[in-house]
Design a protein around this ligand. Structure first.
Ligand code: AOF
Ligand code: ZN
Length: 414
């Protein structure tokens, strides 16, 4: 949180320099505090791009004029082409004109220096005559990282990298994984009891309808996870047990429909499954079955069926990630059962876990979330949330971000 200060009406672009109040006297904030303050705002803007920037990163930008007044703000949306800096600079130029010379830009990601679908942001910032550019983190894209900073420093701009880095990196974990490895970030969601059970003992509950472990409040928290993901995956066993829809019902804006993925080695997907009945060019089954008639039946209903070469008789999980990466899927949410949960986790494929834990104990006859892990998976840092009477535990298992390259620049900020 920024220190208490005169924040002004940011939406109206009227905020001035930021002050801290101490003993009824206003003193200007230190530069690092100001940097974090404005970067928080840029991050707020960047978040407006969630689900509308993929396969690009979510980026926000605030431009201050040379007096430290907000002159323009912007964020990136994939379909609107312009990067966050260009959007903010356009507003800032109209608003502040010449006063932009000597100003500062806050960007949540290092500005690019390439001509992709648009021109380089580094050149736009140089042309605006800014004297300082503050970025929360480098661009993880190996083709882009570092070049924007180098170019702006060459042009005499002071470039600082690092304020609010952790928040900025959290926002683009999917982009970090995908831009380097061409595979999606894997978020694993599991709803389980205190003793790690995901369903009652087999036979206790009727098939093809869900048995809820967690409360409605905890279940509602899954919708934003689906919203932030480009695809969600489940196994055919879960389809047969619960008949999930696997749709994004958050009601929030997204540019591509959530791709619903089913792993189904033997093509046991029922033709009357809810996912098949609601298909809208958004369901893909990965299988190793060569049963042509079954494949055609599913395809004729609009389901995409991708046949892969079997590994140990099963759908190869790494290949599935590669295929999804090729389609520009940055983040994959897993909502799978015992076998896939175990295979994904033991295979080191899970980047972040979201565990929803209901305070009930079912005993060892009930269906386990995981089975037979060769070695324990330890979670270094766990964030804890409450959802009614349920707990949410979230932890990063594999950090997709590269080590910061720009050590010199980072050293210049606290
Ligand atoms: C920025 N500002 O707002 C974004 C950046 O295909 P393009 O031309 O849109 O370029 C996409 C790449 O640019 C993307 O892979 C990432 O490295 C960077 N994204 N950069 O300076 C932005 N969205
Ligand atoms: Zn750019």
């Amino acid at each position: 949180m920024p220190p208490i200060g005169i924040r002004g009406n940011l939406e109206g672009l009227a905020a001035g320099p930021v002050y801290t109040w101490k003993f009824a006297k206003a003193t200007p904030m230190s530069t690092p505090d100001q940097d974090r303050y404005w970067m928080h705002r840029a991050l707020e803007l960047a978040r407006r791009g969630i689900a509308v920037t993929s396969p690009n990163p979510a980026v926000g930008c605030v431009v201050l004029d040379r007096a430290g007044q907000v002159a323009g703000e912007g964020w990136h949306e994939y379909d609107l082409l312009d990067h966050a800096e260009v959007v903010a600079l356009r507003v800032a130029t109209q608003h502040a004109g010449e006063r932009l010379r000597g100003g500062t830009a806050y960007v949540t990601l290092e500005p690019c220096n390439h001509s992709g679908r648009t021109g380089p942001c580094s050149e736009a910032l140089i042309a605006a005559g800014l004297k300082r550019v503050v970025a929360a983190t480098i661009d993880p894209n190996p083709a882009v990282a570092g070049h924007g900073s180098d170019r702006m420093r060459e042009a005499g701009i002071e470039v600082v990298i690092g304020p609010c880095e952790a928040e900025a990196r959290r926002l683009n974990e999917g982009f970090a994984r995908w831009s380097q490895h061409k595979r999606p970030l894997v978020l694993m969601k599991v709803a389980m009891t205190l003793d790690g059970r995901i369903a009652p003992p087999p036979g206790v509950h009727s098939l093809r309808e869900p048995f809820w472990i967690t409360s409605e409040t905890a279940r509602a928290a899954v919708q934003p996870l689906r919203w932030q993901a480009d695809a969600a995956v489940t196994g055919v066993d879960t389809v047969l047990a619960d008949d999930p829809m696997l749709t994004d019902r958050s009601g929030l804006r997204r540019r591509r429909p959530l791709l619903r993925v089913v792993l189904d080695s033997a093509l046991r997907m029922p033709l009357d499954a809810k996912m098949v009945k609601t298909v809208q060019n958004d369901v893909v089954i990965f299988t190793v079955s060569k049963e042509e008639a079954r494949i055609q039946e599913l395809r004729s209903r609009g389901v995409r069926v991708e046949v892969l070469s079997a590994e140990f008789g099963r759908v190869p999980l790494g290949k599935v990630l590669d295929r999804l990466g090729e389609e520009g899927i940055l983040t994959l949410l897993t909502e799978t059962g015992t076998r896939l949960n175990t295979a994904l986790l033991a295979g080191g494929l899970v980047d972040r876990v979201h565990l929803f834990v209901s305070p009930q104990i079912m005993g060892s006859d009930a269906v386990p979330a995981f089975r037979g892990m060769a070695s324990p998976i330890r979670m270094a840092e766990v964030e804890v949330e409450r959802y009614g009477n349920d707990l949410g535990l979230c932890s990063l298992l594999n950090d997709p971000w590269p080590e910061i390259q720009d050590k010199a620049a980072k050293g210049s900020t606290p």
